[in-house]
Design a binder for this molecule. Sequence first.
Ligand SMILES: NC(=O)c1ccc[n+]([C@@H]2O[C@H](COP(=O)([O-])OP(=O)(O)OC[C@H]3O[C@@H](n4cnc5c(N)ncnc54)[C@H](OP(=O)(O)O)[C@@H]3O)[C@@H](O)[C@H]2O)c1
Length: 195
Amino acid sequence: MTLKNKRIVIVGGSSGIGLATAKAAYAKDASVVIMGRSLERLNQASAEIGDGVESRQINVEDEASVKAAFAEIEMFNHLFVSATVAATAPLTETTKDKFRPTLDSKIWGALHIAKHAASHLLEKGSITFISGLAGRKGYQGFALAGAANAGIEAVGRNLAVELAPIRVNTVCAGVIDTPMLDQVFGEKNYKSLSR
Ligand SMILES: NC(=O)c1ccc[n+]([C@@H]2O[C@H](COP(=O)([O-])OP(=O)(O)OC[C@H]3O[C@@H](n4cnc5c(N)ncnc54)[C@H](OP(=O)(O)O)[C@@H]3O)[C@@H](O)[C@H]2O)c1
């Protein structure tokens, strides 16, 4: 399969699953645009992926930032969204303030992006979100993270109806060794999560 002449935008493309997706698309000859908050991480990722990769700063929690990032972008074929601020905590430490960035990035972020990117998608275009196992199974400390992951699957299903014929899908990830996992779990053994 080749992705020659396809333009793919990856929001969250400077790290982890997004970066791996950007590299895979680039290796199949797609033209790749990566987005994230940190310019430094974007520059580092662009250099890692290869020549000609475009990057844009964006904060998906902030609708104005999303609107500005997509306003200045050329039409494209596919959109992959993996930008999330991850957090877990036991119930006793669960507060709105602690988890607001998780919901604002995963749920509101997805809605902001779909709202301002859909009109830039070419015919037969697609949007792919990413959820996680905590949305389907129970884990200690993941009540809110699970809600966000179950929520994004609902967002995807409903937007698939609203945005048709644009295809909207959500991929449920297992446990994938990325900087986010290190940040959430530190040195803790997270093998039990894969069950
Ligand atoms: N890794 C796993 O095992 C796993 C399992 C299940 C689901 N997932 C899901 O997969 C997705 C990607 O996870 P990952 O492990 O690849 O994480 P990651 O390595 O931390 O990458 C997250 C990416 O999103 C960007 N980002 C974060 N918050 C943002 C914001 N507010 N606005 C714009 N960009 C933002 C980050 O760049 P900046 O920080 O520079 O903005 C980075 O490029 C997440 O939705 C996560 O919930 C991961």
